[in-house]
Ligand binder design. Structure first.
Ligand code: ADP
Length: 483
């Protein structure tokens, strides 16, 4: 085994010695590495270490904790190219995207270092004249972080950085499909000098995740992943009274009105749908277009998508790389077939790539489907691949109804020049992230991130919104001694 778990400041194998391997999705002959397949004993050891480290860590000032985050930011910045290369090798996105994501990781660490000196409570007027009444935010405690493979630098760091700065200790269980990137993040945190046990990494799949969710020493779970897993985590957390935070799927629409800047609408729709091969929870998966411009929009989108270059993310020529796994590829192909069977028109792509140089990867040609009806599976369910469904509607009223007629509510965008339409959209769309003339994907670290309906649980991530989850409020009053 060439990688270990990181528990109590030490690299170590899984208790039973079991391992799993990760291969490059662009070429499965390339073995990325072997990693510990952790079970309950490993998770218990990590949680025990995090518990033991908690009292000293939470006693430090925010400013002292920030020093570790700043050091980690500098280390990550110095090895940005190596981390980006590892990310592309095991996840498949392009090197440019991996570099951007790693840079975002650096920004997140610096942003939360700054939060170490921000006010954490309120002074409140008391009904009694002699009383000083105030609130203080204190750490949640030991937090378990369970993360997916599609942003294996940014998502762990937008959980780890706020968890640490607000005084929590951490056990991270990253996706089994992007373990090497998580290993490199743990190396950075180790070299930043974090005290043993403050941050722990446990590699593995579902069993390791379940063990973390059920560990009695874990006070809260922050999860990003699929809806089914999120729901099972929520149930388990409610059962034992642990706090939880869930970020799950999306079915993100763009609405294109007749007064849209057509070139912009086309470019940002294609970008939102096809960059990272559509493997983003904020990816654009539906284009809801008013009939009067639908032919033009569709023709220009298809023209653009047909010419997108696909291949290994290591080659700068390519716009999109492979999907994450064979299961993912087959699921995307099934969705396209089902859409055709339900009456949608496939205008391009939607098949596995047979080019010899792509034969060892999980590639699907980016697909555009026209004549999609709102009740079709392709218009309702998250596909998580390079597939755009076009839904034609008579007017803005119907566009809004169709946009809101799904179980999800993560991100949505409107293309228009009309301020009235923009205002109405901002008010009436069911989405946590609302954009006008922007791409559905792409977030800024200082702004709250999260969705409505089945997309997320209650509290938001990133920015100062992260404080809600990673702290709890104490209400304190002081009175003078004696009568
Ligand atoms: P996806 O693979 O589509 O991102 P998943 O929800 O399957 O979504 O996985 C997200 C993360 O949750 C991964 O780290 C995975 O190992 C973990 N996981 C999967 N099943 C469970 C479970 N039952 N309990 C806890 N964690 C889980």
């Amino acid at each position: 085994m060439d990688h270990g778990n990181y528990i109590n400041g030490q690299w170590q194998a899984a208790a039973g010695g079991a391992t799993f391997e990760r291969r490059n999705p662009a070429d499965t002959r390339d073995l990325v590495g072997r990693f510990p397949e952790s079970g309950e004993a490993d998770v218990r050891a990590a949680v025990d270490a995090a518990r033991a480290a908690l009292p000293a860590w939470r006693r430090l000032t925010g400013d002292a904790r920030a020093q570790f985050l700043r050091r980690a930011a500098n280390l990550l910045e110095a090895r940005k190219d190596a981390v980006a290369a590892a990310l592309t090798r095991e996840e498949g996105k392009t090197l440019a995207e991996s570099g951007g994501e790693t840079g975002r990781g650096v920004v997140l660490l610096r942003y939360y270092a700054g939060e170490g000196l921000r006010a954490g409570g309120d002074v409140l007027p008391s009904a009694s004249p002699g009383t000083l009444l105030f609130t203080e935010r204190v750490p949640l405690g030991v937090v378990g972080l369970i993360t997916p493979w599609n942003f294996p630098v940014a998502i762990p760091l937008w959980k780890i950085a706020p968890a640490l700065i607000y005084g929590n200790t951490v056990v991270l269980k990253p996706s089994e499909l992007a373990p090497r990137t998580a290993h490199l993040i743990a190396e950075v945190l180790h070299e930043a000098g974090l005290p043993p046990g403050v941050f722990n990494l446990v590699q593995g799949a579902r069993a390791a995740g379940e063990a973390l969710v059920n560990a009695p020493g874990v006070d809260g779970i922050s999860f990003t992943g699929s809806v089914a897993t999120g729901k099972s985590i929520a149930r388990a957390c409610v059962e034992r009274g642990a706090k939880y935070q869930l970020e799950m799927g999306g079915k993100n629409p763009v609405i294109v009105l007749e007064d849209a800047d057509m070139a912009q609408a086309v470019e940002l729709t294609v970008q939102g749908a096809m960059r990272s091969a559509g493997e983003k929870c904020t990816a654009t998966s539906r284009a809801i277009v008013v009939e009067s411009v639908a032919d033009e929009f569709t023709r220009r989108v298809v023209e653009r998508v047909r010419h997108l270059e696909m291949g290994p993310g290591t080659d700068a020529r390519f716009y999109l790389g492979p999907l994450i796994s064979v299961q993912s590829r087959d699921r995307v192909l099934r969705y396209v077939e089902q859409a055709k069977a339900e009456g949608a028109r496939l205008l391009c792509g939607g098949t596995a790539a047979h080019r010899p140089d792509l034969a060892h990867g999980y590639y699907v040609w980016p697909a555009v489907l026209d004549n999609v009806r709102p009740d079709m599976a392709i218009a309702q369910e998250e596909v998580f691949g390079p597939v755009l469904a076009i839904l034609r509607v008579p007017d803005f009223d119907r566009a809004l109804a169709v946009a809101n007629g799904v179980p999800f509510g993560l991100s949505a965008s409107l293309f228009t020049r009309d301020l009235g339409s923009a205002l109405r959209f901002a008010r009436e769309i069911d989405a946590g992230l609302v954009r006008v003339n922007g791409e559905t994907a792409g977030v800024e670290p200082q702004a709250p991130f999260g969705g409505m309906k089945a997309s997320s649980s209650f509290s938001r991530e990133q920015g100062q919104a992260a404080r809600e989850f990673y702290t709890q409020v104490k209400t304190i009053s002081f009175d003078k001694a004696g009568a």
